[in-house]
Design a protein around this ligand. Sequence first.
Ligand code: NAP
Length: 254
Amino acid sequence: MNLSFKNKVAFVTGAANGIGRAAALAFAREGACVTVVDISEQGNQETACQIEDIGGRALAVTCDVTRLEDVKSALDQTVGTFGRLDAAFNNAGVEQKQLVPLAELDEAEWDRIMTIDLRSVFLCMKYEIPLMLKHGGGAIVNTSSGAGIIGIKGNPAYTAAKHGVIGLTRAAALDYAAANVRINAVCPGYIDTPMMARFTGGTAEGRARVISEEPIGRMGQPEEIANAVLWLCSDAVPFIIGHALVIDGGQTIM
Ligand code: NAP
């Protein structure tokens, strides 16, 4: 099974932290040149340094993935620096500030979540796909969530956005399947990242509450998502198209 990304170029958003950083490092370990993209400049630079420390090549681009000009510029810089684009992991995202029933969710928070968690995935794919088509194809993975396949109480905007990511993934996958651009999604369960630290309040009680919803009895690690992302982007799985891969310790089958 060929999981090598030697001579390939990967683009990872949300790369300053958590799942995105783990994926950026995993792509680099397998030989890819990696563009690391995040709104957080410092964390993003740290990820690039970690890639260089393991002998990889990285380009750090500070970018707000909700802004068309930022996304386009980050991709232009990728091709300018590394010459092509083979794999993209559209992963940047945020959680709702608070868990609230729908009628108590204000419009600004709805718009913020939909813009960062869904519109950004559209914008990224809109500019990634033509770059991939230029050299015969590529692979894209978008980050959805367990909230992309089941309803989450008190989380209407996030749940809608993550369901939207799967719909967008499937529609785009059909548009480009015959052109050899494979588009899939991952649906992580509870993963131990800075986002999860905010969600649990960083307390032992908060962590225990989340873990109680995980049949496996623990949170997932960012590397467990990263490994699946690399597999979906690799040449090992050319027949996987438009799939939403659930990686959640059993959370959503309870
Ligand atoms: P994280 O630790 O908060 O990392 C996400 C990164 O995205 C952060 O560095 C964040 O920067 C960045 N970001 C936020 N808004 C951005 C924007 N507009 N443009 C560019 N970068 C932006 O989160 P994570 O847990 O790794 O989550 C990654 C993805 O997995 C998200 O889409 C999330 O919804 C999804 N997910 C996570 C879990 C989980 O349990 N952790 C479960 C299911 C799905 P700042 O920190 O500066 O905001």
